[in-house]
Design a binder for this molecule. Structure first.
Ligand code: URA
Length: 192
């Protein structure tokens, strides 16, 4: 039987070889998701930044350090969860990804979610929110649990502000902390 690790490795290999993917030319390397393939929580960010592009790992720069701290506060480590991004090559100068770029990566994001089958998807920022709740505004839905139809089955989504945005605003940071601290009770609710 193929393990989830094998399936993720195959998915990564396919992405490495997919020359139709945008943003490859200006990026250093592919930044694939990482973490526990059996994770209950799947974090979905936006796109790699400079540190991620250099190291080939998601959320390892300043936003990633904040994510690690937020996880610690709820008694979790990176190794307990799975962390990924919608776009897997760094956009030049960290510009926001375009709709066409996001669309090009989406089939791979869907496959990754199908392999991991997390109980809860935590979206980080408006781009990953838009994948699941395209008409909702992050200012209105952050920190609240949503169940959406995803490929014919219900999936639970908990939208959060992006950690990078909260590094720029103390108010957003305290909102992010407050929302993040709700994750254990959200999980409890879903597991009961
Ligand atoms: N911001 C993201 O959205 N993803 C990363 O991996 C790093 C910063």
């Amino acid at each position: 039987m193929t393990t989830k690790e094998d399936q993720l490795k195959q998915l990564r290999d396919r992405m490495e070889q997919d020359m139709s993917l945008p943003l490859r030319a200006e990026a250093t390397q592919l930044v694939f998701g990482e973490g526990n393939p059996d994770a209950t929580i799947y974090f979905l960010g936006e796109a790699p930044g400079q540190s991620e592009d250099k190291q080939g790992r998601p959320f390892v720069g300043r936003a990633g350090k904040l994510l690690n701290t937020l996880l610690e506060h709820i008694g979790m480590q990176r190794a307990d969860v799975y962390i990924s991004n919608i776009v897997r090559f760094r956009p030049p100068n960290n510009r926001p990804p375009t709709s066409a770029e996001i669309a090009a990566f989406l089939p791979y994001v869907n496959e990754e979610i199908a392999i991991i089958q997390p109980l809860l998807i935590v979206t980080l920022g408006r781009f990953s929110l838009a994948k699941f709740l395209p008409t909702d505004k992050i200012t209105q839905v952050h920190g609240t649990l949503h169940t959406v139809n995803w490929q014919g089955r219900p999936i639970h989504v908990f939208p959060l502000y992006h950690p990078a945005a909260s590094l720029r605003s103390p108010e957003m940071r305290s909102t992010l902390e407050e929302d993040f601290n709700k994750i254990p009770s959200v999980l409890e609710r879903l597991q009961s």
